[in-house]
Design a protein around this ligand. Structure first.
Ligand code: NAD
Ligand code: DAU
Length: 344
C-alpha cells in the first residue's frame, strides 16, 4: 500500500488491539504524521505500539475521547480521523453498561463535534456487525435495520446514529465500517480466542458458553485493518461498509481447533453457563466493500496458527495483563448478577 493521501491522521484507541495494527499500517502506507489519542484503559497499552513509538512521525497523547480539550489538541491539523476508541467487551457491558455509553456514545459525539469545528475531511467510525443483532440465517446488507441486543451493541448502534446524523444534518464527511469478529496478536486475553489460548497455555480449561454452537465469522486483524484503510481512502461519505471474512465457525469448532494446535486434551473444553442474551449468529454481506477492491487474504487456519505462535512467544505481553484484568474484574460486586460469572 502506498496511498500517502493524508497529511495527518488522528487514530483514537490506537493503543488497543485493532487500533495498534492500524497505526502500523498507516505508517507503512507513508502517512507523514500519525496522532494517537488513547485513554490507556485496562484494554490499551503502549506495549502494543512498541515497534513504532520511537518513530518521529508518531505522536502519542494519553487522553479521553469524551474530553473536548484533549480531543481538540489531538485533532488539530488532522485531515482524517479514524475512531477505534471504545469499550469493547460484551461481557463487561452486561455488568457495567454506563462506561459503554460514556465512551462509545458520548465520546463519539465529542469527536464529531470537534471534527465539524475543525473541518476534518474524512471521519471514519469503526463500528461492528453486532449492531444488526443476531442473524439466524443468510447474511445482512448495510441497508438492514439495526437491532442491537446487548449493551455493547446498543452503544455502538447509538454512536452510529450520531455519526450519520452529523452527515445528514451538517454534511460532515463520515464513513462507518461494521467489522465481524477479529483475532490476532495483541488482542486482550478477555476475548474468546486469546482467552482460550492463554488458558490452555497455563493449564486452565476453555470456558465455552452454553452449547457452544453460537457462530461467528472470524477475520484476521491485518485484513480488518486493510478493509478500514480501503474505506478510508476509497469509500463514499455517508455510507456504511460491512466487513466479513467468510470464515464462519461455531465456537466449539474454534475451541477444538485450538485444543489441536496446542496439543491439549479435548476434556479442556468445559461448557459453562451461557452469556445472557447471547447472539446466536452474525453474518454480513460485504459486496459493497468488495466493489472497492478489498478481499480478506488470511484464512482462518493460517490466522489461528499465526495467533497461537504469537501468544506462545509473548507470555511477557499477556501474563501480567491477564492476571491484573481478571483479578480486578472478578473482585467486583456483581450486584445480583452472580449467575453470570463464567471464567475460571
Ligand atoms: P480494544 O478494547 O482492544 O481497544 C480499545 C482501545 O480504546 C484501548 O486502547 C483503550 O485504552 C481505548 N479507549 C477506551 N476508552 C477510551 C476513551 N474514552 N478515550 C480514549 N481511548 C479509549 O478494542 P478493539 O478490539 O481493538 O476494537 C477497536 C474498535 O473496533 C472498537 O470500536 C470496536 O467496537 C471495533 N470492533 C472490534 C471488533 C473485534 O472483534 N475486536 C470487531 C468489530 C469492530
Ligand atoms: O462481532 C464483532 C464483535 O466481536 C466486536 O464488536 C466486539 O468488540 C468483540 O468483543 C466481539 O464480540 P463477541 O461477543 O462475539 O466476542 P467474544 O470474544 O467475547 O466472544 C466470541 C464468542 O465466544 C461468543 O459467541 C461468546 C463466546 N465465548 C466468549 C468468551 C469470552 C465463550 O464461549 N467463552 C468465553 O469465555
Amino acid at each position: 500500500m502506498s496511498d500517502a493521501v493524508f497529511r495527518r491522521i488522528l487514530i483514537t484507541g490506537g493503543a488497543g488491539f485493532i487500533g495498534s495494527h492500524f497505526v502500523r499500517l498507516a505508517l507503512a502506507a507513508g502517512i507523514p504524521s500519525v496522532v494517537v489519542l488513547d485513554k490507556l484503559t485496562y484494554a490499551g497499552s503502549l506495549l502494543n505500539l512498541e515497534e513504532v513509538l520511537d518513530d518521529p512521525r508518531v505522536r502519542f497523547l494519553e487522553g479521553d475521547i469524551a474530553d473536548p480539550a484533549a480531543v481538540a489538541e489531538a485533532m488539530a491539523g488532522c485531515d482524517a480521523v479514524v475512531n477505534f476508541a471504545a469499550e469493547t467487551h460484551v461481557d463487561r457491558s452486561l455488568l457495567e453498561p454506563a462506561a459503554f455509553i460514556r465512551t462509545n456514545v458520548w465520546g463519539t459525539m465529542v469527536l464529531l463535534e470537534q471534527a465539524l469545528r475543525l473541518g476534518v475531511g474524512r471521519f471514519l467510525h469503526v463500528s461492528t456487525d453486532e449492531v444488526y443483532g443476531e442473524v439466524l440465517s443468510g447474511s445482512v446488507s448495510e441497508d438492514e435495520p439495526l437491532r442491537p441486543r446487548n449493551p455493547y451493541a446498543a452503544s455502538k448502534a447509538a454512536a452510529e446514529h450520531f455519526v450519520f446524523a452529523y452527515w445528514t444534518s451538517y454534511g460532515l464527511p463520515v464513513l462507518v465500517t461494521r467489522g465481524c469478529n477479529t483475532y490476532g496478536p495483541y488482542q486482550h486475553p478477555e476475548k474468546f480466542i486469546p482467552l482460550a489460548i492463554t488458558n490452555l497455555l497455563t493449564g486452565r480449561p476453555i470456558p465455552l458458553y452454553g452449547d457452544g454452537l453460537h457462530e461467528r465469522d472470524w477475520l484476521y486483524v491485518e485484513d480488518h485493518c486493510r478493509a478500514i484503510w480501503t474505506v478510508l481512502v476509497r469509500g463514499e461519505p455517508g455510507q456504511a461498509y460491512n466487513i466479513g471474512a467468510g470464515q464462519h465457525r461455531p465456537n466449539i469448532a474454534v475451541a477444538r481447533a485450538l485444543v489441536r494446535l496446542l496439543g491439549a486434551d479435548p476434556s479442556a473444553i468445559v461448557h459453562v453457563a451461557d452469556r445472557p442474551g447471547h447472539d446466536r449468529r452474525y453474518a454480513v454481506d460485504w459486496s459493497r466493500l468488495r466493489a472497492l477492491g478489498w478481499r480478506p487474504m488470511v484464512d482462518f487456519e493460517d490466522g489461528l496458527a499465526r495467533t497461537v505462535a504469537w501468544y506462545r512467544a509473548r507470555t511477557d505481553w499477556w501474563s501480567a495483563r491477564r492476571d491484573a484484568a481478571f483479578a480486578a474484574y472478578y473482585a467486583r460486586n456483581y450486584q445480583g448478577r452472580e449467575g453470570y460469572r463464567n471464567q475460571p
